[in-house]
Design a protein around this ligand. Structure first.
Ligand SMILES: [Zn+2]
Ligand SMILES: [Zn+2]
Length: 257
């Protein structure tokens, strides 16, 4: 399998879209996951249920992933992690540490998921690789694996925190919303980004905790990013792609920054 992170030049950042869909598999798209390669390593932004399948379809090496950064703890963003653990335990035979970073509650949720899904495996053998959990505080730049990350609190859940992230490496700045409704914090999140990955769940229907494309369009001039990439589209928004002038992510898409 390829080790794509080795091919990324110094000061560059490569984004590979592993999952551009929503929780419902709308349009046959994979659940949210983005592989980011920088010269010092590779990490995931979110890890939906289909992530390992997407890596293998694209002939990418799951073992190259040093860190998983979670926007929030909904199943379509985290439920691929137990399958990566299985891969690392039995196929990759991983020994190096895996960092999993996310909002408060990340360790309990991910370990709980692993325990529920592979109870006997979990009880009968130790994981052969250490997992380092980092629970992030909002508005604090933090070094995670090969990159610097700034979590910004967004609006997606009642009781739990949902983050968007600014990710900095080699002079490149990437922004990612995870899931959120419109909030003024998105202006800060998009500001200065070379690429801003933004959820656009519905086309025009207003829902709590998500955005529609029409809301994004109305505030487009406030998003001061060099390039906007829409993702997490539901069926209605997918059907309107021909009417959307902004760029829409697709599974397997690659962008070199
Ligand atoms: Zn969500
Ligand atoms: Zn989602």
């Amino acid at each position: 399998m390829k080790h794509d992170s080795q091919k990324v030049p110094e000061n560059a950042m490569e984004l590979i879209v592993l999952g551009s869909g929503d929780a419902f598999g709308s349009g046959g798209r994979n659940q949210p996951a983005f592989l980011v390669n920088v010269s010092a390593g590779a990490f995931l932004l979110d890890c939906g249920a289909t992530t390992l399948i997407a890596l293998k379809r694209l002939d990418l090496d799951p073992g190259s992933i040093g860190a998983i950064i979670l926007s929030h703890l909904h199943g379509d963003h985290i439920s691929g992690i137990p399958f990566l653990f299985l891969q690392y335990q039995f196929l990759t035979r991983r020994e190096g540490p895996l960092i999993i970073a996310g909002p408060p509650g990340t360790e309990e949720r991910v370990e709980g998921l692993w325990g529920f899904m592979y109870k006997e495996t979990f009880e009968m053998m130790e994981r052969r690789f250490p997992v380092q959990y980092i629970e992030l505080k909002p508005k604090n730049w933090m070094r995670i694996g090969p990159v610097d990350v700034l979590p910004i609190e967004l609006t997606h859940l009642h009781r739990e925190l949902a983050y968007g992230y600014k990710v900095k490496s080699g002079g490149k700045l990437l922004g990612y919303t995870g899931d959120t409704e419109w909030t003024e914090s998105l202006i800060e999140l998009a500001d200065g980004c070379d690429l801003f990955i933004c959820e656009s769940y519905r086309y025009e229907r207003k829902l709590p905790f998500h955005m529609s494309y029409k809301e994004i369009e109305a505030r487009r001039s406030q998003l001061k990013c060099k390039r906007l990439l829409l993702t997490h589209l539901h069926t209605d928004a997918l059907a309107r792609i021909p009417d959307i002038p902004d760029e829409v992510a697709y599974d397997g898409m690659r962008i070199l920054l």
